[in-house]
Each structure stands twice: as structure tokens, then as C-alpha cells.
Write a protein that binds this ligand. Structure first.
Ligand code: SAM
Length: 466
């Protein structure tokens, strides 16, 4: 790792005074690595009981969060492919934990990719209500959708837009809005190095952060919460952004955060001295087992303005009964699940998706994913159209939802063959031809296989293969 730039260290020395030597010494230690259990799929206790990695609880602020040693190994494990956890450093886990979305909430994650905090929000919401996850960069928004797919989340809308486009389309409908702002990343120097840092960059980030926040206000319902966070230490991107925000948006006030060990207050003196800034939170690498974050929780006054009424959900673009036949046949033969057909939508004439029960019309936005992709209706050369189930459907199921399952232990060589894209030979299987099997690891779905002439044809997505 390249050492942090001298100019950055001098700046921190002048800000931190006596505390600086402990801060600087923290750069000699390895970065903290963490893992957050997917509580949509299993409990932290269930995961702990079979974890292949040594786990240390991060603390009461996030009961599903653990410190781990070897992140590389954890990223390659079949449990990761099954979405049983997300690799996330512990201070990043504090953000959604403090925002505390409730089941049924409408939540917007405005700068969401790659999805660490989005997956956390989805778990805390118990995959109910509506979680809109947006990122302005198309490639990153696609990675965000992939991570949500592995997570098994259904009640999500993934968009790729400028914040102003979302504000114009939706208005103030969200109970909670998270702005995890693009920043100079000083809290990530220990893991990634700080080669691109400069004071100009800090100031440019600060201006961009204020612009994003100024747009975000229009999306928060009266009485709703706005969380602002960065993984950087410079006051220009932290306390000073919030001081400016409070000046321009008097309908918002800082919320008193809960006190957890290692959470330190923001520094009013590093901005304009207003005492309320001590309600912001700083997580420092020398006081907290994580890389560093700044968090501000702001509440919009309940009487600030009338809330924008929730717009009607999109009219389901439902296929005719005939076109739905391949899906119905697939579901009848392979799933033990009832799907509400009133929520089915067809995209581009062939992709079937299940809209969330409670949702919004994203017309005019660049939608990457809306609800749960079920699969593709494929015209056949001869005979009726066929249905190919989506990987996202597999990852959103429980093993009991599938008629045919093939289970492996995590270290079974056949499982590694499956994850590498090889067909599985299984003479013990006597399945009806063309049945779809849900391949599982310790009972947790990983993907699809299809029985074809005594073999299980591999349908694990090519882009994910080992
Ligand atoms: N929340 C993410 C997570 O926990 O995995 C990390 C988000 S990262 C700190 C900031 C994100 O902001 C980047 O993915 C970047 O593409 C996005 N971004 C950059 N400029 C933006 C803008 N003007 N409006 C919204 N998002 C922006």
C-alpha cells in the first residue's frame, strides 16, 4: 500500500493535536475487514455455527456484523455465492444501522453502488416496503443490481440516474433517504492507498456533496430522515457540508444519535462552531475497529410541506394468458410457490418480472431492475415457447420453494464443478426430463441446473463462474 500523502498527514496533525500520534499509528496496522450476515437468509447465530472463518462480533450497533481475517478467502467461498453475507468493513455497517429503516418503509439509497449499504437496508427492512437503489454510473449500477441479486432481495427498484431526475420523477415520498456521498476516501487509505489525494480534490468533493444533498431534500417526506455519510476525515466534506446544509434547509435538524462504544461526536470547531454539529458522528480508525466514517442523521420537520402523494404503481404490462403459459407450466412443475399474477410485468417482450407489492412508477428513468426478475420466455424453433428461470429467482427462493433440489456441502468437489460451469452427472437422480433443479449449498440456493438425458445441465451464469 502507498503511504498516505504528507500533505494529508500534516492536515490531520493540525486537526487532531494530541490524538494525532494514535491516528498516524493506526496506519501501521492492517485494514479492518468485516462481514455482515444476510438476515434475509439466516440468523447471525446460524451463520456463526457453520462459519468457515473466525468471527468477532463488531458490537451491539450491528448484531449481524463481524470482523474477519481473510477477506479474499471469504469472497470465494460458496456461502458468498449463495448470498449468505456481504463483505463490508465495520464502520460502513454503522450507517444503515443508525438510519434504522423499518419494515414497510420507502427508502432511497441515492449513491448506492456497489451496494454494501443497500444490502444492509434491504435486510433491516426485511425486504418489505420499497427500496430504491440508484447510482449515477451505469457500470456501477449494474454491479449494484448483481449484488442485490445475490442478496435475494425482491422489493427493490435499481435505477441509473442523476439525483435531480429522481427528484423530478418521485417528489418527497421517501421515509428515509441515504446519501453515501462520493468523497476523497481518506478513510480508505489504509486499504487502498491515497495516491490521488489533494486539497483541491477535497474541495471539489465538498461542492459536489452539497449539490447532491441540496437535491436529496426534495425526496424526503415531511417527518422523514436524511442520512449523509462519507468515508473521509476532511471537515470540508463532513461538518462543513452539514453546516452549509443546515443554513440552506431550515426544515432539517440534526437527530441525536444513539451512543455506542467507539462512536465519537463530530467537531463543531472544524466548521462554524455551532454546537448542533456535535450530534454528527465520527468513526476514527484509532478509536473504532473500522476504517473511518462520518455520519449525520437529519430529520425533516413534519409540517415542512405537504408530502407528495405516492404515485400509482406502474400499470402491469401483463402478457396475454397464452404468452404466460410457459411461465405457468414452469411454476407448476418446478416450484412450490404461488405468485400473484397481478404483479407480473413483461419487459422487452420476453423478460418476466414480479413487481414489489408496494411500488412506484419509474417511467422516464433508466431502470436496471424493478422487483424480482423471474426469467425469460423463449420462443422455440418447434412447439410452444419455453421458460428459462432467472438466476435472481433462484437466489430469492428457499430450498423448500423448489420441487427438485440438489444439495452439496461447501467443500464437495461436485459443487466446485458446478460453480465452475461444468455439467453434473448424477445417476441417482431420476427426474422427469427438462426439470429445473435448485442447486443448494447447505440448503441455501446457488443457482439452477436442468435435467437433460441423465445429466444436470449447468445454468450457473457464465459471468459468475469460478
Ligand atoms: N453506498 C455504496 C456502498 O455502500 O457500497 C458506496 C457509494 S460510493 C461512496 C459513492 C457513489 O456515488 C459511487 O458509486 C458513485 O458512482 C456515486 N456518485 C458519484 N457522483 C454522483 C452524483 N453526482 N450523484 C449520485 N451519485 C454519485
Amino acid at each position: 500500500m502507498t503511504p498516505p500523502p504528507d500533505a494529508f498527514l500534516h492536515k490531520m496533525a493540525s486537526l487532531l493535536g494530541d490524538d494525532y500520534s494514535a491516528f498516524a499509528a493506526s496506519y501501521a496496522a492492517d485494514g479492518r475487514r468485516g462481514l455482515r450476515v444476510n438476515t434475509l437468509k439466516l440468523t447471525p447465530a446460524d451463520f456463526s455455527s457453520k462459519s468457515p472463518f473466525a468471527l468477532t462480533a463488531v458490537g451491539p450497533y450491528e448484531p449481524a456484523g463481524f470482523l474477519i481475517g481473510d477477506e479474499a478467502q471469504a469472497g470465494r467461498h460458496p456461502y458468498h455465492a449463495a448470498g449468505l453475507y456481504y463483505l463490508q468493513e465495520p464502520s460502513a455497517m454503522a450507517v444503515a444501522a443508525l438510519l434504522r429503516p423499518q419494515p414497510g418503509d420507502w427508502v432511497l439509497d441515492l449513491a448506492a453502488a456497489p451496494g454494501g449499504k443497500t444490502t444492509h437496508l434491504a435486510a433491516l427492512m426485511d425486504d418489505t416496503g420499497l427500496l430504491v437503489a440508484n447510482d449515477v454510473h451505469t457500470g456501477r449500477a449494474r454491479i449494484l443490481a448483481e449484488n442485490l441479486e445475490r442478496w435475494g432481495a425482491r422489493s427493490v427498484l435499481v435505477t441509473n440516474n442523476e439525483p435531480a431526475q429522481l427528484a423530478a420523477r418521485f417528489g418527497s415520498v421517501f421515509d428515509k433517504v441515504l446519501v453515501d456521498a462520493p468523497c476523497s476516501g481518506e478513510g480508505m487509505f489504509r486499504k487502498q492507498g491515497g495516491f490521488a489525494w489533494s486539497e483541491e480534490m477535497v474541495l471539489a468533493c465538498s461542492r459536489r456533496q452539497s449539490a447532491i444533498l441540496d437535491t436529496a431534500v426534495a425526496l424526503v417526506r415531511p417527518g422523514g430522515l436524511l442520512a449523509y455519510t462519507t468515508c473521509t476525515f476532511s471537515p470540508e466534506e463532513d461538518e462543513q457540508v452539514i453546516a452549509r446544509f443546515l443554513d440552506s434547509h431550515p426544515a432539517f435538524t440534526l437527530v441525536d444519535p444513539p451512543a455506542f462504544t467507539g462512536f465519537q461526536p463530530g467537531q463543531p470547531a472544524w466548521a462554524d462552531g455551532r454546537p448542533a454539529l456535535s450530534r454528527t458522528i465520527r468513526l476514527w480508525p484509532h478509536h473504532f475497529p473500522g476504517e473511518g466514517h462520518f455520519i449525520a442523521l437529519l430529520q425533516r420537520r413534519p409540517d415542512a410541506a405537504p408530502a407528495t402523494p405516492h404515485m400509482l404503481p406502474p400499470a402491469p404490462n401483463r402478457p396475454s394468458s397464452g404468452a404466460l403459459a410457459p411461465w405457468r407450466e414452469f411454476a407448476r412443475d418446478n416450484l412450490r410457490l404461488t405468485v400473484d399474477e397481478a404483479r407480473l410485468q413483461v419487459v422487452n417482450g420476453r423478460y418476466l418480472q414480479l413487481l414489489p407489492p408496494d411500488t412506484i412508477d419509474p417511467a422516464g428513468l433508466h431502470v436496471i431492475r424493478h422487483g424480482l426478475p423471474l426469467g425469460e420466455i423463449r420462443p422455440a424453433r418447434r412447439g410452444p415457447a419455453l421458460f428459462k428461470p432467472a438466476h435472481a429467482l433462484a437466489l430469492s427462493l428457499r430450498a423448500a420453494d423448489a420441487v427438485y433440489t440438489l444439495n452439496f456441502s461447501p467443500d464437495d468437489p461436485d459443487l466446485h464443478a458446478y460453480l465452475s460451469g461444468h455439467p453434473l452427472l448424477d445417476s441417482s437422480l431420476s427426474l422427469p426430463p427438462s426439470s429445473w433443479l435448485l442447486i443448494t449449498v447447505d440448503g441455501h440456493p446457488l443457482g439452477w441446473g436442468k435435467s437433460v438425458q441423465g445429466q444436470v445441465k449447468n445454468h450457473y451464469p457464465r459471468g459468475l463462474r469460478l
